[in-house]
Write a protein that binds this ligand. Structure first.
Ligand code: IMP
Length: 492
């Protein structure tokens, strides 16, 4: 038996001591660019994030909608792997196909559908433009369009779409490969609200809406590849990777990550070696670990980045179920120390990701200061419109659903039952609600502005500088009380 340390600490037990803020230390000068994958000292990582955020490999977090919005704002999602291979590959494809300003229609009906179907779909999706395709699918042959100008709600509910839609021969359409500027030119000239885009066989590709134009203007932090497609990652497990990885690569995935609550295992090593042998160009991360030895094990097996964190997730009950884990601050600082020693010895830099346990926005800066290159968050992202969970009104408050990958609901036993059937008998996560937080872009803006303000207080302008120069202090119970509002009566 060995005792690792006397105490294992987490974010809430630390604060940053401010450094000298020079006149150049203003938020506009702060860069949050950070490496995602292994690289030689002094060189650039093949993939750099423009903000140090990735979204958790979870059903309740990383679907294609969130992946698109996060990449448009400089971060990266890992599409969850706890689903059929083909469905996950389809989600990856959806992100790679996304073109800013071009929307995949999710309100489609067949010509034989009725006004009643239109009203139902309008209520369900909130969209008043309904696309009529031959087979009622998103990519079917375009036959017409219905907008609220085409009917009155008191008309017969049995009225068939083919009798009142604007038929194809009266529609103005754009052809695939049209640029956003060209599409908007047509919209303005012809006074349209929407322009359907079709392929050469008249099949629907996407829609461009007049109202979306401004919000789809160039996004300076957008994370994209040489073809201007957004970057997207995907989670894989150590069971079906020989089938899953090829399908994801075919779909265009940019980076993979082995998803496991305890990554220090021979299964991860085998998976890493197999991927490196068969697809040497695709970067792959591994984890999760909480100590230097486990980090080195995965690095030696070829990991391009390593995720740190066991038991700190907001929905996680791993620690109480299995008694494994480590306070996230202690875990991060231990792994970062080994990472830095490895850099010194070999000249290779392996980025580390702090996964789980972020509660306050300031915890994010602490994690970076403790050595993380980027963060992975579940709860934070699950609160936004773009996350897959349902938005509900409970006790007069809007909430979103958020459930753990080890909960019965996710039934992702592969992540939690590495190589054994024993753990199939208990859960490692819960099903919960989180307060609804509106659109991702707005939430991110506020969070990032806080991070930048803290970095300015510390006198640093980059993540690397923060890691080097940050001065952390432990806080006592009494100083935590002093740090909150105290000895006053709140007005409201
Ligand atoms: P959060 O940001 O604190 O909500 O933590 C998210 C992280 O918790 C994920 O990235 C996973 O590493 C971890 N996680 C996800 N589902 C479970 C679970 O069911 N049990 C334990 N940990 C989980």
């Amino acid at each position: 038996m060995q005792i690792k340390e006397s105490i294992s600490r987490t974010f809430g037990e630390y604060l940053l001591i401010p450094g000298l803020t020079t006149k150049s230390c203003i938020p506009a000068n702060v860069s949050l660019t950070t490496p995602l994958t292994k690289h030689r000292k002094g060189e650039k990582s093949a993939i750099e994030l423009n903000i140090p955020f990735t979204s958790a490999i979870m059903q309740a977090v990383s679907g294609p909608k969130l992946a698109i919005e996060l990449a448009r704002n400089g971060g990266l999602s890992f599409i969850f792997g706890s689903q059929l291979i083909e469905r996950q590959a389809e989600m990856v494809r959806k992100v790679k196909k996304f073109k800013a300003g071009f929307v995949i229609s999710d309100a489609n009906l067949k010509p034989s559908a009725t006004l009643q179907d239109v009203l139902k779909l309008k209520k369900k999706t909130g969209h008043s433009t309904i696309v009529v395709t031959e087979d009622g699918t998103t990519t079917g042959k375009l036959l017409g369009l219905i907008t609220s100008r085409d009917y009155r709600e008191k008309d017969s509910p049995e009225k068939k779409l083919e009798d009142f839609m604007t038929p194809f021969n009266q529609l103005i359409v754009g052809i695939e490969d049209i640029s956003l500027d060209e599409a908007n030119e047509i919209i303005l000239k012809k006074k349209l609200n929407v322009l359907p885009i079709i392929d050469k066989n008249q099949h629907l590709v996407s829609l461009v809406f007049r109202k979306d134009y401004e919000s789809h203007q160039a996004n300076p932090l957008e994370l994209s590849d040489v073809n201007k497609s957004l970057l997207v990652g995907a989670g894989v497990n150590t069971h079906d990777y020989k089938d899953r990885v090829p399908a994801l690569i075919k779909a265009g995935v940019d980076v993979l990550c082995i998803d496991s609550s305890d990554g220090h295992s021979e299964w991860q090593k085998e998976c890493l070696l197999w991927v490196k042998n068969h697809y040497s160009k695709i970067p792959i991360g591994a984890g999760n670990v909480v100590n230097g030895d486990a980090f080195m094990y995965l690095v030696n097996a070829g990991a391009d980045f390593v995720k740190v964190g066991i038991g700190g997730g907001s929905i996680c009950i791993t620690r109480e179920q299995k008694g494994i884990g480590r306070g996230q601050a202690s875990a991060l600082m231990a792994v970062a120390k080994t990472r830095d020693e490895y850099l010194e010895k070999t000249g290779m830099y392996i980025p580390i990701c702090s996964d789980g346990g972020i509660v306050q926005d300031y915890h994010m800066v602490l994690a970076l200061a403790m050595g993380a290159d980027f963060l992975m968050m579940g709860r934070y992202f699950a609160r936004f419109d773009e996350a897959p969970g349902e938005k509900l009104l409970i006790n007069n408050q809007y909430v979103k659903e958020y459930w753990g990958e080890g909960s019965n609901r996710a039934q992702n036993w592969q992540r939690y039952g590495e190589g054994s059937t024993e753990s199939l008998k208990f859960e490692e996560g819960i099903d919960s609600y989180v307060p609804y937080a509106g659109p991702l872009k707005k939430g991110l803006e506020q969070t990032l502005s806080k991070i930048k303000a803290t970095m300015c207080s510390c006198g640093v302008l980059t993540v690397a500088e923060l890691q080097k120069k940050a001065v952390l202090t432990l806080v006592s119970e009494a100083s935590i009380t002093e740090g909150g509002t105290h000895d006053v009566m709140r007005k409201s």
